[in-house]
Design a protein around this ligand. Structure first.
Ligand code: ADP
Ligand code: MG
Length: 777
């Protein structure tokens, strides 16, 4: 025992000495100087003493004040300096993998160490950690996974949950579990970090835990709303371009008081301003390009116009543009690249910043460009709080973010770019004032801002709960509804019931809400239950290779790209991969083609030609490997790799496996003279997403489609569907395990009777009888 203590003490001393040496080097000194200039540094003692005296502490401070990079280090350093030193194990969760990676790298650099030594990270598919890693950054999902095997987080001394203000589903879920764990592990410390001031909610959730606020320093930011912007940029508002991506039309309506009146007032005010605007301020070049712009969307044009204005007239400083999502970023980027001024690489450095970018791409964002070059970063709301770009002086805020919501009544997820909250708008604005006074351009009028909600709804209230329910069961956390009722804000009854019902239908839970054998397998697979089901059946039926591709492809961003200006070509390219009314089979073919081309080093060319994303292809490739080894670990495939390596599959079988996974995501195809009408039981008529291969033919010669996802935009749209026959649906739809069989047949029966033609009904009746006999024997 004594010698063990000695070893730890020596190790701690060694770590301490190494840091001292680093801090005396030139680089180390510079780092220390930077670190101690951060607002968080001034609160170091207050933070550490709060943590030593309380089991739970909530820390808030503006983005960029040094929470994520400094506070874990304070804890680490204070542990090293104490006798416990080399014993500590600090876990800091991040909602996104990109921040887990970039922050651990940053901290290693601040400590003059290699990533993976004292500081490491672990995210899905990637990780860098070693025996001496004491501070680990991971995604929230990874920590939840660890809890599965290690309920008490043995050996962990500190858990830091970062970015709690985002109210992500995983974070809310984790907090319930940690709240239960705290009494069992009295020496464990929990630190919650938030970028916004509304910390009281968390404090009272943890029985009045103390809050430490880090006062920030930001320079004043001048705010311009749409009224002022139009005036500045000389953009002309014509009736034609009032409707656009960012829903300018809707925006007027949103304003609560007398929308119509307000609209006309605003438009005339804006038009007044336009008349007064002096076009002579602009160079001939800009004038010309202004008139060349396709006024199909005010949002993009306005951004383009503003960027031009900033590049020409404003002081140096990077520009950060907030857009709704990856699609918008990529199409605006394409658009800007062709532009005379903004696309000129000798004057402008145009970068994208979103959740799914590659790590090399990421680093470019933080670099300071050479003098005379203006950095423009097109970002999603990831740059709102989790990533800080230092040299931003100008912010352009489109006012929207793509957000999912969930309609429990119709059991349908919705995905719409929706207006952000006041908190988000303020957050976006604040990004401009980090190094000097800044400017923020909101692309909406003041009256719309006034109508924004104060806070965003937490994810747990706007997402289907299937995966979380399955996790509750696998972590043995008791009754699902009882557990969820203990959340910070608990989801509505109907949403919970829908999720439980779904899990019963797919055979993951039995009637008494216990995990079935299938359910247990599904909890081990880190993906949506429906995709897990496909993998399991694919493995059992020896048809794994294509199923791996399907599931991997559904877990990454859609590999089929549709650049705005080449929509037709892109759709035609996708159609080549389809012969059989299945988006999933098209994915498999596209990936297989890439595999072959990539072997001859022509993968890039292949993607280019076929409008496929190289990154997605690579991601599919590595996900396939990961899923395969998972299946091997849980014993569903034997270790003989030949099965995996042979490319042979039975297409009919594959269709059946897809159906098995996606059930009850089914829709009936009803033919009239000209077209096929699609209907689901809950929604009535539905439509296909525009890039589905099934949307190309007016007649689908199958009675059913199974779909991966339905989303309500204006109508309900189905994404990624596969056509299946009656017999496939009857035999493979639903969970074929005894407990749910009965319910499943009833449901399927209800479904079939709802739409069925007499011939199909007969077939169904006989198949049903066969199946029932089969089950009884
Ligand atoms: P917070 O978590 O409070 O938002 P961070 O700890 O992430 O703040 O960042 C503190 C400061 O460290 C930021 O203001 C930024 O200047 C700097 N910083 C963070 N990450 C990097 C990086 N990868 N490269 C350079 N500077 C960084
Ligand atoms: Mg942070």
């Amino acid at each position: 025992e004594v010698s063990m203590e000695k070893i730890i003490w020596r190790k701690s001393q060694q770590m301490q000495e190494e840091q001292l040496i680093w801090q005396q080097s030139t680089e180390g000194r510079e780092m220390m100087e930077f670190r101690s200039s951060l607002p968080a540094y001034k609160e170091k003692d207050a933070i550490l003493s709060a943590i030593s005296q309380n089991q739970v502490v909530i820390i808030s401070g503006e983005t960029g004040c040094g929470k994520t990079t400094q506070i874990p280090q304070f804890i680490l350093e204070s542990e090293i300096n104490s006798i416990r030193g080399a014993m500590c194990s600090i876990i800091c969760t991040q909602p996104r993998r990109i921040s887990a990676m970039s922050i651990s790298e940053r901290i290693s650099a601040e400590r003059g160490e290699k990533l993976g030594d004292t500081v490491g990270y672990k995210v899905r598919l990637e990780g860098m950690k070693g025996r001496d890693t004491h501070l680990l950054f991971c995604t929230t999902g990874i920590l939840l996974r660890r809890l599965l095997a290690d309920r008490n987080l043995k050996g962990v001394t500190h858990v830091i949950v970062d970015e709690i203000h985002e109210r992500g589903m995983n974070e809310d879920f984790l907090l319930i579990i940690l709240k239960d764990l705290l009494p069992r592990r009295p020496e464990l410390r929990l630190i919650l970090m938030s970028a916004t001031l509304d910390a009281e909610l968390f404090s009272s959730y943890f029985g009045g835990a103390p809050m430490v606020h880090i006062p920030g320093f930001t320079y004043p930011v001048r705010t311009h709303f749409l009224e002022n912007i139009l005036e500045r940029t000389g953009y002309q508002l014509t009736p034609y371009n009032q409707i656009d991506d960012y829903g300018m039309e809707k925006m007027w309506k949103m304003s609560k008081q007398a929308p119509r009146k307000r609209k006309s007032q605003l438009v005339s005010a804006v038009e007044e301003a336009l008349k007064a605007a002096d076009f002579k301020d602009y160079s001939a070049q800009t004038q010309q390009s202004l008139s060349c712009w396709n006024p199909d969307c005010l949002g993009f044009n306005l951004i383009e116009c503003l960027l031009c204005y900033i590049c020409e007239n404003e002081r140096p400083g990077a520009v950060l543009v907030f857009l709704t999502g990856w699609e918008d970023i990529s199409s605006l980027k394409d658009k800007l690249q062709g532009h005379l001024l903004v696309g000129d690489t000798s004057r402008v450095l145009l970068l994208a910043c979103h959740g799914s970018m590659a790590s090399e791409e990421q680093k470019l964002i933080f670099n300071k460009p050479e003098d005379g070059i203006r950095k423009i970063v097109l970002a999603t709301n990831i740059a709102e709080t989790s990533i800080t770009i230092n040299d931003v002086v100008f912010v352009i805020d489109c006012g929207k973010a793509k957000e999912t919501s969930y309609d429990a009544l119709n059991n349908t997820p919705c995905l719409l770019p929706s207006w952000i909250s006041k908190v988000s708008a303020r957050q976006r604005r604040g990004r401009a004032g980090r190094v000097q006074p800044g400017e923020c351009y909101h692309l909406y009028p003041r009256c719309v801002y006034d109508a924004f909600a104060d806070y965003q709804l937490p994810e747990i209230l706007r997402t289907p709960l299937q995966s979380i329910c399955l996790q509750i069961k696998s972590l043995k956390l008791g009754s699902i509804s009882e557990f969820l009722s203990r959340a910070l804000q608990s989801p509505e009854y109907l949403a919970v019931q829908n999720a439980i019902e779904y899990l019963k239908i797919i055979g993951a839970l039995d009637e008494t809400e216990n995990l079935t054998v299938l359910g247990r397998y599904l909890t081990i697979l880190p993906m949506e239950p429906k995709h897990g089901k496909m993998l399991i059946l694919g493995a059992i039926l020896n048809c794994l290779d294509p199923v791996l591709s399907v599931v991997a492809a559904l877990s990454v961003r859609d590999p089929f790209l549709t650049p705005m200006d080449k929509k037709d070509l892109a759709e035609a390219a996708k159609a080549q991969f389809s012969r059989d009314y299945s988006d999933h089979l098209a994915l498999v073919r596209a990936f297989e083609g890439w595999k072959v081309a990539d072997r001859d080093l022509a993968g890039y060319e292949y993607c280019w030609k076929n409008f496929l994303s190289v990154q997605s292809m690579k991601a599919i490739d590595s996900l396939r490997e990961e899923f395969y080894s998972l299946l091997k670990d849980i014993g569903l495939v034997d270790s003989n790799p030949t099965i995996f390596n042979t490319w042979s599959y039975d297409e009919h079988l594959l269709r059946a496996i897809i159906c098995y996974g996606l059930y009850p995501g089914i829709c009936s195809v009803v033919h009239n003279e000209k077209t096929s009408l699609l209907k689901t039981m809950e929604d009535g008529q539905v439509l296909l997403y525009y890039n589905s291969v099934n949307a190309r033919d007016s007649r689908i010669p199958y009675p059913w489609l199974v779909f991966n996802e339905k989303i309500k935009v204006n109508s309900v749209f189905l994404r990624d569907s596969t056509a299946v026959s009656d017999s496939v649906l009857v035999l493979f739809g639903g969970g074929i395990s005894e407990g749910v069989m009965d319910g499943h047949l009833k449901m399927l029966g209800g479904y079939l009777e709802f739409y069925m033609e007499p011939a199909t009904a007969k077939l169904y009746q006989s198949l049903k009888r066969e199946l029932e006999e089969f089950i009884q024997t």
